[in-house]
Design a protein around this ligand. Structure first.
Ligand SMILES: Cc1cc2nc3c(=O)[nH]c(=O)nc-3n(C[C@H](O)[C@H](O)[C@H](O)COP(=O)(O)OP(=O)(O)OC[C@H]3O[C@@H](n4cnc5c(N)ncnc54)[C@H](O)[C@@H]3O)c2cc1C
Length: 372
């Protein structure tokens, strides 16, 4: 007789029972935690960024960041897939496209539809760090898209994702939803990574892909205002990953101190200093999340984005510092192939390089603070 057990009814138990035992498989074998993600959706873990009118809880970015941090304490790969899913939902929520909202948001909120975000190239090209990799051409009833994005995560044949690119002959951007199973579109496995292997990160090839107007989130005349609306929350919410990882690193430092305090006391970074820096960062992250949840006016967004860039940089730097400390305090125990400390160190570098990378953030902050 098969015993049917019901899934855990709270996130902590779900993580302990179904995610923690799979962390090595996710990290070392690239296992994609699909069933965990779907269970998170059933518990309302994606619903914060979706309005109640579309099946969400409307609890906002603060709730989303708190959930991501809880997942990130155990596994950054999985926390990143949570970010991909909630970023995708939030872009749709913040669009003016009512039909896309009714079609996708209830399913994204529940996790019955999984999705990602292919906006790294869009954001980097938009501030002239690299060239645009996709192009759009206006055609009858929509746009035709061509090109390839090298890395988009949380994808699969039945997934969707949001991206944006310039329109030929216009120069301004168009943002839209792509279905991974549509004609002319192909997912290609192109790379393996030193961490984050379980995120289903794939190259996305567009060959004359037709995007109907019904899947357009912002046409060129609305694109600049739309990007300004989505960007602060997109960057800020990545710190859900950072907060989770740093919390775990502080614990690793403390744990090593139980047996090695006599020598670990000579390390440069200590648990209490890291914990204090984390508390200050968390306070700033949740202050800014509350402001973004309060529906700021378009005039407030540029200054808010600058504040987000600063805390995103500080959080990224703190993640590297905390993971480095965890590794040094743990010593050889942390250097074993399945040790948590070395995994956290590899994961921390992802927070530093995913768009906006630390160098991208420093460049943008310098541009804003530079001579007028
Ligand atoms: C695990 C992972 C998941 C990601 N998920 C997403 C996502 O979901 N959505 C999204 O939009 N972006 C995603 N990205 C892209 C990410 O946000 C950055 O844009 C990317 O890491 C490049 O940033 P960079 O600052 O290193 O770029 P730069 O320093 O400007 O340049 C990166 C360098 O990498 C080189 N490069 C490009 N492709 C390859 C390749 N296949 N192999 C080797 N070198 C290459 C480029 O030529 C360039 O020299 C992901 C990246 C990684 C590593």
């Amino acid at each position: 007789m098969t015993t049917v057990t019901s899934p855990p009814s709270d996130l902590g138990s779900l993580i302990a029972q179904t995610l923690a035992p799979r962390v090595h498989a996710i990290d070392l074998e690239g296992e994609y935690p699909e069933s965990f993600l779907r269970a998170v959706g059933q518990l309302g873990g994606f619903a914060g960024v979706v309005a109640p009118a579309f099946g969400g809880s409307g609890k906002g970015l603060a709730d989303t960041i708190a959930t991501m941090a809880q997942i990130g304490e155990t596994c950054l790969s999985t926390a990143f897939t949570h970010w991909c899913q909630t970023a995708c939902a939030r872009y749709i929520q913040l669009s003016d496209n009512a039909s896309a909202k009714s079609r996708w948001l209830p399913r994204l909120a529940k996790g019955t539809q999984l999705g990602g975000t292919g906006l790294s190239n869009t954001c980097k090209s938009n501030c002239e760090i690299e060239r645009f990799l996709l192009t759009a051409r206006r055609v009858q009833g929509g746009y035709e898209i061509n090109g390839t994005l090298p890395w988009v995560s949380n994808l699969g044949e039945a997934h969707i994702f949001v991206t944006g690119c310039p329109v030929d002959g216009d120069g301004r951007l168009v943002f839209f939803v792509t279905r991974c199973n549509q004609d002319g579109f192909r997912l290609v496995e192109s790379a393996h990574f030193t961490a984050l292997e379980g995120t289903r990160t794939l190259a996305c090839q567009f060959r004359q892909v037709f995007i109907p107007d019904g899947e357009v989130l912002a046409h060129p005349d609305a694109a600049a205002a739309y990007l300004a609306r989505i960007q602060p929350g997109m960057f800020l919410s990545q710190l859900g990953m950072g907060i989770g990882l740093i919390r775990d690193c502080v614990r690793l430092v403390e744990r090593a101190g139980r047996t090695h305090a006599h020598v670990n006391a000579f390390e440069r970074d200590q648990a209490d200093e890291l914990a204090a820096a984390l508390a200050a960062a968390e306070q700033e992250v949740f202050r800014l999340a509350a402001r973004l949840d309060g529906d700021p006016s378009p005039e407030e967004l540029p200054e808010l984005l600058t504040e987000v860039l600063r805390i995103r940089l500080a959080g990224g730097e703190l993640a590297l510092r905390a993971a480095n400390a965890a590794m040094l305090h743990q010593g050889a125990r942390g250097y074993l192939r399945t040790a948590t400390a070395q995994r956290r160190l590899r994961e921390a570098y992802f927070i530093a390089i995913v768009t906006p990378s630390l160098k991208h953030l420093r460049r943008e902050i310098a541009r804003r603070e530079g001579p007028a």
